[in-house]
Design a protein around this ligand. Structure first.
Ligand SMILES: NC(=O)c1ccc[n+]([C@@H]2O[C@H](COP(=O)([O-])OP(=O)(O)OC[C@H]3O[C@@H](n4cnc5c(N)ncnc54)[C@H](O)[C@@H]3O)[C@@H](O)[C@H]2O)c1
Ligand SMILES: [Zn+2]
Length: 362
């Protein structure tokens, strides 16, 4: 029997995240245990995740006695939209799912966000289970209950808080991830370390991205990340206070993504964002230089970029349109020591000089 690590999330709806190699083939029995009344399951995947792992999951679900229908859409952020969302809702209705049935999301953050939002809305809310297949989804998007689709004006502008009933994470599926996508997910892992987990930073310092993708250390590291996220989700489920610490590198990162017209991937943009704010924090004298040195060492070891390809003004305009802005204030997350970060709310006018400081040569 392979090792299983369970992390419990005590959110408004408590649930477990179970991590372990080969757990995909146990999905039927594990869902049956948590949701005994479910008869029909809508398995949602994109063409890649459904193609690679759909059969394994369908076999396991069928064996456990579920009747399974599938919704498969073309991969990519461009399809995390209202059109795909509406098509999924129509399929759920056509297939006759009831309030005691459930949706299973098999994929990365795009699949999880879309399927989760449909679960939040269909019949005013049905159960859903996350089976994350990217590192980013495993450590971040599958946990915490944020679901959304993009609108033409921006990312994640329509969504809901809807916690899953179970998260099943099988690191074996990372073997088929393109290295760039694996590495990108590692930016989120590094983020948890710099927010509040010096022990995780220590572990990450002793490995590199190739060893992590091929080796055994990943399960423990995924568990560390979701335990870290659980603390913030439990304390601030609706993201109005302390949960904002999870945005380390993201306000600027979203700016980099937007300014590049999404040519820079999310993980790479977050890496650049973390580097930029850490430079700023060191220059402001609120963070010791060793923190920046460790961040640079880890970003290099995990094949992640750090140099911002944009000018201050471009970044400023793009960062200002981030939806995390509230009224005239923007809250930045800045590292203050190795494995420690704090929230710094500031009037938006102060963001430009701060960015200038971050990007300056001194
Ligand atoms: N809800 C949240 O809290 C939250 C948090 C962070 C990010 N997100 C969202 O997550 C999304 C990004 O997620 P992502 O990075 O997982 O992207 P993604 O879902 O688009 O996956 C990236 C690519 O990898 C492919 N893929 C997935 N698993 C694979 C596997 N095992 N083997 C081979 N290929 C595989 C996908 O088909 C896709 O082409 C964004 O839409 C973002 O807004 C949500
Ligand atoms: Zn992120």
């Amino acid at each position: 029997m392979n090792r299983r690590i369970t992390v419990h999330i005590e959110a408004s709806r408590p649930y477990d995240i179970i991590i372990g190699r080969g757990i995909l083939t146990e999905s039927g029995e594990r869902i049956r245990t948590v949701l005994p009344k479910v008869q029909k399951i809508m398995l949602v995947g994109d063409d890649i995740t459904a193609g690679l792992y759909g059969k394994n999951v369908v076999d396991s679900l069928t064996e456990a006695g579920f009747s399974v229908v599938q919704f498969i859409f073309p991969q990519g952020e461009a399809n995390k939209n209202i059109t795909t969302f509406a098509a999924l809702l129509e399929e759920l209705a056509t297939a006759g799912l009831t309030r005691s049935d459930c949706i299973v999301a098999l994929g990365g953050g795009v699949v999880g966000d879309l399927a989760g939002f449909a679960a939040a809305c269909f019949l005013r809310g049905i159960d859903f289970v996350q089976i994350p297949t990217t590192v980013l989804a495993a450590v971040d998007s599958s946990v915490g209950g944020k679901t959304a689709v993009d609108l033409s004006c921006g990312k994640n502008l329509a969504g809901a808080f809807h916690q899953p009933s179970l998260v099943l994470c099988d690191p074996d599926v990372f073997a088929t991830l393109p290295h760039r996508i694996f590495s990108d997910g590692c930016a989120e892992i590094i983020k948890y370390g710099f927010i509040s987990d010096p022990a995780l930073l220590e572990k990450l310092s002793h490995t590199d991205v190739y060893k992590l993708q091929a080796g055994d250390a990943i399960e423990e590291i995924l568990a560390d990340c979701v335990r870290d996220k659980a603390v913030y989700v439990t304390a601030d489920e609706q993201d109005r206070g302390i949960r904002q610490l999870l945005n380390l590198g993201h306000t600027i990162g979203h700016g980099v993504e937007a300014a590049s017209d999404f040519a820079v991937s999310h993980g790479s943009a977050v890496a650049i964002g973390m580097h930029l704010v850490t430079c700023g924090a060191v220059k402001k004298g609120i963070c010791p230089p060793e923190t920046l040195q460790l961040l640079e060492k880890l970003l290099a070891a995990y094949d992640l970029p750090m140099v911002c390809p944009f000018e201050t003004q471009t970044l400023y305009s793009a960062a200002l349109s981030d939806k995390k802005r509230a009224g005239g204030m923007i809250t930045l997350v800045l590292p203050t020591a190795v494995g420690q970060s704090q929230l710094f709310p500031m009037p938006v006018e102060e963001l430009l000089p701060f960015l200038e400081l971050c990007l300056s040569d001194i």
